[in-house]
Design a binder for this molecule. Structure first.
Ligand code: PEP
Ligand code: MN
Length: 337
């Protein structure tokens, strides 16, 4: 259930309602809005009787939430969540771009890519330090050394950095070094990891699972938000279908629906979504046109020798051209960039 407070409700009024929610054995979540405060209630099994709140005159309305996801739903919070990290903004009409190599491979590779993507107008540097690879024999990432290199690249370029965390034991360390924590597709339903990043005090980018439905995707985000972390960016990166000629099937049709269902920003990763650098620019343009709040694109100075995901990585020159066309589409659809 969602309790909408009157616009003139005082802090004491709000606290009194929260106290009543706790007394009933549930958890209140304060959701500040443009004109009034809402209180989301979780922890209940089944519907809550609105009469339990009849004695609070500062309540405007008690409305049942029809979706299984509560705190991430637009029913609970109608206005867009806007996530600001350094100079990057995701949501609320501003388009943010994350770019960088799939994996941090070394100082030169990372710094060269970081400088190139910044010059082309990217807002966040990406780079995997812990790589969740399908094969145990593939490059697994530079781990702590990779985190140090990301911090160095941030210092050199001023770009905030995002990197994946794959293990609950690493959450504190990654949160200390990186500006945004990435939860990868393979870990979308790693509930212990979702709870841990929910407590990490850093924005989280949650990628859609390989075979996750939209509802499962939003429920995974709900895990993070229910721990008190509202700073969640969703990322559509393609799902597994019967098609084998593309690496994944990029679900562009999910974007307008997800925008209706949730207030959280959603970005698109056309690199993993297609698996082929030749398809990336077209799908990046489609991302802006379809209403996504941003992009994540893999860029490598020498894709032919990349240690992971070379075939889908853009050269810096191709990324620069992509950014130009993305900016043109953003202007057409009225997105700030
Ligand atoms: C990545 O971003 O490099 C990655 C591993 O992506 P995903 O989790 O979407 O496969
Ligand atoms: Mn990758």
């Amino acid at each position: 259930m969602l309790i909408l407070m009157k616009s003139d409700a005082s802090d004491a009024d709000i606290e009194a309602v929260c106290g009543r929610v706790r007394e009933l054995g549930y958890t209140p979540h304060l959701i500040p809005g443009a004109t009034r405060v809402a209180i989301g209630i979780t922890g209940n099994q089944g519907a809550i009787d609105p009469d339990l709140f009849a004695r609070f005159p500062a309540i405007a309305e008690a409305v049942p939430v029809s979706r299984p996801f509560k705190l991430v739903s637009r029913e609970v919070k109608p206005d867009d969540t806007v996530i600001k990290v350094g100079g990057a903004v995701f949501g609320g009409g501003t388009f943010g771009v994350m770019a960088g190599p799939c994996a941090v491979e070394g100082r030169e590779q990372l710094l060269a890519t970081a400088r190139a993507v910044r010059a082309a107008g990217a807002h966040v540097l990406r780079g995997g330090a812990y790589k969740p690879r399908t094969s145990p024999y593939s490059f697994q990432g530079l781990k702590e050394e990779g985190l140090e290199l990301l911090a160095e690249a941030r210092a050199a370029t001023g770009l905030p950095v995002i990197t994946e965390v794959v293990d609950t034991r690493d959450v504190d360390l990654v949160a200390e070094k990186a500006d945004i924590l990435q939860v990868g597709a393979r870990n979308m339903q790693n509930f212990a990891l979702l709870e841990a990043v929910g407590h990490a005090g850093r924005p989280v980018m949650l990628k859609r699972g390989l075979s996750a439905t939209i509802q499962e995707f939003l429920m995974a985000a709900e895990y993070i938000v229910s721990k008190g972390n509202y700073q969640v960016i969703l990322c559509e990166r393609g799902i597994r279908t019967f098609e084998t000629m593309t690496r994944n099937t990029l679900d562009l049709g999910s974007i307008p629906l997800i925008k209706r269902l949730t207030h959280l920003p959603i970005i698109i990763d056309p690199s993993h979504g297609t698996g082929d650098y030749r398809s990336v620019p077209a799908l990046a343009r489609a991302a802006v046109a379809v209403g996504a709040d941003g992009l994540m694109v893999e860029v490598h100075p020498d894709p032919a020798h990349a240690l992971s995901d070379g075939p889908q990585s853009l050269t810096p020159a191709r990324f620069e051209a992509l950014m130009e066309s993305v900016r043109a589409i953003a202007a057409v659809v009225g997105m700030k960039m």
